[in-house]
Design a protein around this ligand. Structure first.
Ligand SMILES: O=C(O)CCC(=O)C(=O)O
Ligand SMILES: [Fe+2]
Length: 603
């Protein structure tokens, strides 16, 4: 079945848009765009002969914004003009002609003409079509995805790629100097001359309700750096100090995004920027980002020069292809770079120092609120958590060897959706062509297992976190920003943890379970806990929280009235109706009598 393109939907939309494009209030541009005095997004003159000064400007912009525009960059205006012209002409071709370049269904490759197939977590679709193809190095180019029409498409793209190279090299050199390492270091760390340039053309047709829809939803780029030219229609927004800021259109400027790989290499000094796009009522917006990324097998981790005892690595090292896999397997709602942060996932946020975590919370939360009263306790997984990891690893490996990828955690979660899509992808490969079986299961098996394990592991870690945040978001939307958000995050987190941990335990083979939880009684109780936890959906859990705990907590904040006849204390009440809390306590209790300990600092 052919995918419906947004370009086609736009043509028949009239005054309204289909419901699947209407964003929740926390995402609608009309409600989230910052309207106060706009901080200046850095504009940097790339021809500045004072190298020291240039390094400092780029370095500051990369730390504070992860985003800037460069002017006088040396990219010939003619090359850009031609790139934009042929791209626009391609999208103006009849649909049938464009479909010749459609992405290959089921393929792992990003290349081709397409529309994001899966809806996002909240079931929303993006108002954008796109074309992806590599433009550099020549060995990476697959001309199958380069339009033959207009005829000058190839020449214009080849010319543009050639002109990009010195600019990208200079940028990486300046970034290296900004980190205090030698000028060649970042370029080499992302593959040297084998670094890959992936061009994307975004096509955002006019949208009757730009106040309700989004182009690309909030994300960071997984590249090392991204260099982008837009057409003259403004629409790009970046998150700065928890506010969505419009990036002004500057003719002939090149927009630079610091991507996840440079954030990792810099050990967190440079920030990959969270950004998204809005759409326009009358005009078609287009943009041409070039994602400059390491080759698939390149391992990227914090630069050894930047890591010491005092300043340990904040990210795990990973092959780029594994990072890419993680990126695709997980919801785009959060920045994936956080998933590979080393063991302690800190949710300690304060207004004075808005960190990435604050940003993450606020970008789902962003309702244009000036005050950020969040102060969330840190979430620490103790070393004994890794014991569980080890056992689970053996378990997943053993079932993976039986090729049973479909078994998984019980319970529903955001992450499970991606697990399902991964399973169906694998299944699709197997069904599609039996010779694919060897590719999928042959020499790469160890690697695949590693990836599968990584995914399970990441899921277990983030299951509570994601659920906590989204429950927090829903609760906060319903209850108002200041009431209950912190509490709901913590309740939601606990809830997700109980679900994730009890399901993982329930799925362990009996022999392992016995080793971990010696007492038969405790094992039975764990099973019962798992069954009851699975029977309560995330939405019901939220309902319990909202209807039973929150109102009572707010009541308990005010002094009890004189002569209040109720003898029930607030903690009595909360424990009576707090099934969520009870589940959590029950799990903690059962785990205490086992070889597993799971500590969480979330109260
Ligand atoms: O269209 C834009 O300006 C940004 C697009 C973008 O962020 C992306 O495609 O990754
Ligand atoms: Fe992007």
């Amino acid at each position: 079945m052919e995918t419906q393109r947004v370009q086609a939907i736009a043509k028949i939309s009239g005054d309204n848009i289909p419901a699947e494009f209407i964003r929740s209030e926390t995402e609608q541009p009309a409600l989230t765009t910052f309207n106060g005095p706009i901080p200046e997004i850095p504009v940097i003159d790339f021809s500045n002969p004072d190298e020291k000064n240039l390094v400092s400007l780029i370095s500051n912009a990369s730390q504070e914004w992860g985003f800037f525009q460069i002017i006088n960059h040396g990219l010939p205006t003619e090359a850009t003009k031609n790139l934009l012209k042929v791209g626009r002409e391609f999208f103006e071709l009849p649909d049938k002609e464009k479909e010749i370049y459609a992405k290959v269904p089921g393929s792992d490759s990003l290349e081709g003409y397409g529309t994001k197939l899966q809806k996002e977590i909240q079931g929303k679709k993006a108002w954008v079509d796109h074309l992806f193809h590599f433009i550099w190095p020549p060995s990476r180019i697959n001309y199958k995805f380069w339009p033959k029409n207009p005829p000058s498409y190839r020449e214009a793209n080849e010319e543009y790629a050639k002109c990009m190279i010195p600019i990208v090299n200079k940028l990486l050199m300046l970034l290296s100097l900004g980190l205090g390492v030698e000028r060649h270091v970042i370029k080499e760390a992302v593959g040297g001359d084998n670094m890959e340039y992936l061009l994307k053309i975004n096509y955002y047709p006019p949208c009757p309700r730009p106040d309700l829809a989004l182009g690309v939803p909030p994300h960071t780029d997984m590249s090392a750096v991204t260099l982008l030219v837009p057409n003259e229609v403004q629409g790009l927004q970046v998150l700065k100090d928890d506010r969505w800021i419009d990036a002004k259109y500057i003719p002939n400027a090149l927009i630079v995004h610091i991507g996840d790989q440079v954030e990792i290499l810099s050990n967190g000094k440079f920030k990959s920027v969270l950004h998204k796009t809005t759409v326009n009522k009358e005009k078609t917006r287009m943009s041409w980002p070039v994602f400059c990324s390491p080759p698939a097998d390149m391992v990227v981790g914090p630069l050894p020069q930047l890591v010491s005892k005092e300043n340990p690595a904040k990210y795990k090292s990973k092959k780029y292809k594994d990072y890419e896999y993680l990126f695709r397997a997980h919801s785009r709602k959060f920045s994936i770079v956080d998933l590979i942060k080393t063991k302690t996932l800190s949710l300690n946020c304060s207004q004075e120092q808005p960190g990435r975590e604050t940003r993450k919370i606020l970008f789902i939360q962003s309702i244009g609120v000036d005050q950020n009263p969040l102060k969330i306790p840190p979430l620490i997984l103790s070393p004994s958590f890794w014991k569980l990891k080890k056992i689970e690893e053996i378990f997943w490996k053993s079932i993976a060897l039986k090729r049973n990828w479909h078994s998984g955690f019980g319970g529903e979660s955001v992450a499970m959706k991606s697990a399902e899509s991964r399973s169906s992808l694998t299944k699709h490969n197997l069904d599609q062509n039996s010779s694919d079986i060897d590719d999928t299961w042959g020499d790469d098996r160890e690697f695949e297992l590693g990836r599968e394990w990584q995914r399970r592991h990441d899921e277990l870690h983030t299951i509570g976190y994601h659920e906590g945040l989204s429950k927090g978001q829903e609760a906060a939307v319903q209850e108002g920003f200041t009431v209950g958000f912190k509490e709901s995050v913590s309740v939601g987190y606990k809830w997700g943890s109980v679900k994730g941990i009890s399901s993982a335990l329930a799925k362990l083979p009996d022999g392992l379970k016995e080793k971990l939880v010696e007492s038969l009684e405790a094992r039975d109780k764990l099973q019962v806990l798992h069954t009851s936890v699975s029977s309560v959906s995330g939405a019901d859990a939220l309902g319990l929280y909202r209807d039973e705990i929150l109102p009572y907590q707010s009541k308990a904040y005010s002094e009890p009235a004189e002569g209040d006849s109720s003898s029930e204390t607030s903690s009595d009440h909360i424990s009576r109706c707090n099934r969520l809390g009870n589940y959590s306590k029950e799990l903690e209790f059962l785990l205490q009598s086992s070889a597993i300990e799971v500590h969480s600092a979330v109260e």
